[in-house]
Design a protein around this ligand. Sequence first.
Ligand SMILES: [Zn+2]
Length: 232
Amino acid sequence: MRKIKFLTIKKRAIVVGLLCVLAIGVFCGTYFPIKASATPKPVHTIVIDAGHGGIDGGAVGKVSGIDESHLNLEYAMELKSLCENFGIRVVMTRSDMNGLYSISAPNKKKSEMEKRRQIIESSGADLVVSLHMNSFPLPSARGAQVYYADGNESGKVLAERVGNALHQSIDYAKKTVKVGDYYVLNCTSKAGILVECGFLSNAEEENLLISEKYKENFCYSLLCGILNFYEM
Ligand SMILES: [Zn+2]
């Protein structure tokens, strides 16, 4: 039979010390509980604006007949989930196919634009990205274009960064970054860009724009430009 050893004074002091630490821990846990939300608060907020909606379908796909408003929303939702994966808070101007105008408004376009401005202003966002698809009578016209408001310096930097990212990842893309006179950009002093993702009037580009893979690559490039702007 083994002899039971009594603890030495030194070991007893260690045990008492550990018990005290444990007791303090329980006390603090009870009275000063650590908040359950261990996830850090997002540092950045971005407004993603899917152009058109409701009765305003925008441009129409030459071959597929798809509405621009539909594709804009798909691209916006893709970009939203990519941004959220990087801890960026996202405010959408619309998350479905409904228009942003008031049904009773005599001028639906004006009402819709005013609603976009209100969402942008109340969002607390530091950045706005409006997504559109282009159309032009000349069927050979193609490529993405990134616009910013004249005089908006941070918008210009954002446009450059996004333009670079698109240029690097999309094979045929020329870098097209320019000043654009758009309400959604002019209505705010936040860094804003309007991206014309490509031409629905070009059959080949339309085919790319409606493909899942192209959408993923395109939105990933937008994200890269945004992260570059945030220097994340
Ligand atoms: Zn449009």
